[in-house]
Design a protein around this ligand. Structure first.
Ligand code: ADP
Ligand code: ADP
Length: 227
C-alpha cells in the first residue's frame, strides 16, 4: 500500500483548449480510498490515466511513495486499473485471465494459477476458474477484472467508473466487495464515479473536479457540509 501524491499536475491535450487538468494537487494517504466526482468533461478519466502513467503530464509530478512514476516503466509503476468495460481476454479461462499478470512476469503456470485462485476467492468466484469468460454475467466479468488487477499486487488500485454499467442491485454488492478488498489487502484506491451515493458508500474522501480544477478533497461529511 502506497502514498499517492499529484503535485501541481496539469494536462493539456492542445494549446487551443483549456487544460484537461489545471495544477491539481491531490494527496491520497496510503491505504485510503478517494472517490473522484465531477460532471462529464471535468477531467476524471484524464486524472486516472495520468495517475496510471498512461498519459504523460504537461507539468507537475505523479509521485508514488515519493517516486515520480514518469521515470518508471509501466510494469514498475505498481498501478492496477479496472475500467467500465472489463476487457477480459476472451480466449483464456477465468483463472488464466487472473493469472495473466504473474505469467507475464515469468511466474510458472502452476504457481500463477494457485495465486489466481486466491484472488478469485476474494471476489467470490472461487470455483469459476475453468469457465470461459463468455459464460459470465456482467457483474461476474467485472469481479474477474478486479481479481485480475489485484493479482498483479498493485500499490494503487485505479477504478474508472467500474460499476456504472451494472444494475443498481449489483452495484451495492460491488460496494461490499470493495469493502472486503480494503479489509483484506488495504490497497490505496482511487475510484472515478459520477454517482455521489457510490462515492459516499465506498470512499474515505471525495475529490471534486470541475473543468480540470480540484475544487475540494475532503471527508464525505466535509464535502457535503462545508461551503
Ligand atoms: P471526464 O472523464 O470527467 O468526462 P475527461 O478526462 O474525459 O473528462 O476529459 C476532460 C477534458 O479533456 C475534456 O474537455 C475532453 O474533451 C478533453 N480530452 C480528454 N481526452 C482527450 C484527448 N485524448 N484528446 C483531446 N482532448 C481530450
Ligand atoms: P496448458 O499448458 O496449455 O495450460 P493445460 O492442460 O494446463 O495446458 O490447460 C488446457 C486449458 O485448460 C488451458 O487453456 C486452461 O485455460 C485450462 N485450464 C487448465 N488448468 C486449469 C485450471 N486449473 N483452472 C482453469 N483453467 C485451466
Amino acid at each position: 500500500t502506497s502514498h499517492l501524491l499529484l503535485d501541481g499536475v496539469s494536462k493539456r491535450f492542445s494549446n487551443d483548449h483549456a487544460p484537461a487538468l489545471d495544477a491539481v494537487t491531490l494527496d491520497v494517504a496510503a491505504g485510503s480510498c478517494t472517490a473522484i466526482l465531477g460532471p462529464s468533461g471535468s477531467g476524471k478519466s484524464t486524472i486516472l490515466r495520468v495517475m496510471a502513467g498512461l498519459d504523460p503530464v504537461t507539468s507537475g509530478q505523479v509521485l508514488v511513495d515519493g517516486v515520480d512514476v514518469a521515470g518508471l516503466a509501466p510494469e514498475r509503476r505498481g498501478m492496477g486499473m479496472v475500467f467500465q468495460r472489463p476487457l477480459l481476454f476472451p480466449h483464456l479461462s477465468v483463472l488464466d485471465n487472473v493469472a495473466f499478470a504473474d505469467r507475464v512476469s515469468g511466474v510458472p503456470r502452476a504457481v500463477a494459477r494457485v495465486n489466481a485462485e486466491l484472488y478469485l476467492d476474494m471476489v467470490q468466484l472461487g470455483g469459476y476458474g475453468r469457465r470461459s469468460v463468455r459464460e459470465l454475467s456482467g457483474g461476474q466479468e467485472q469481479r474477474v477484472a478486479i481479481a485480475r488487477a489485484l493479482a498483479a499486487r498493485p500499490r494503487v488500485l485505479l477504478l474508472d467508473e467500474p460499476f456504472s454499467a451494472l444494475d443498481p442491485e449489483l452495484r451495492s454488492d460491488m460496494h461490499a466487495l470493495i469493502d472486503d478488498i480494503r479489509s483484506a489487502l488495504s490497497p490505496t484506491i482511487v475510484l472515478v464515479t459520477h454517482d455521489r451515493d457510490e462515492a459516499s458508500a465506498v470512499a474515505d474522501r471525495i475529490a471534486v473536479l470541475h473543468e480540470g480544477e480540484l475544487l475540494q478533497h475532503d471527508t464525505v461529511d466535509g464535502v457535503y457540509t462545508r461551503p
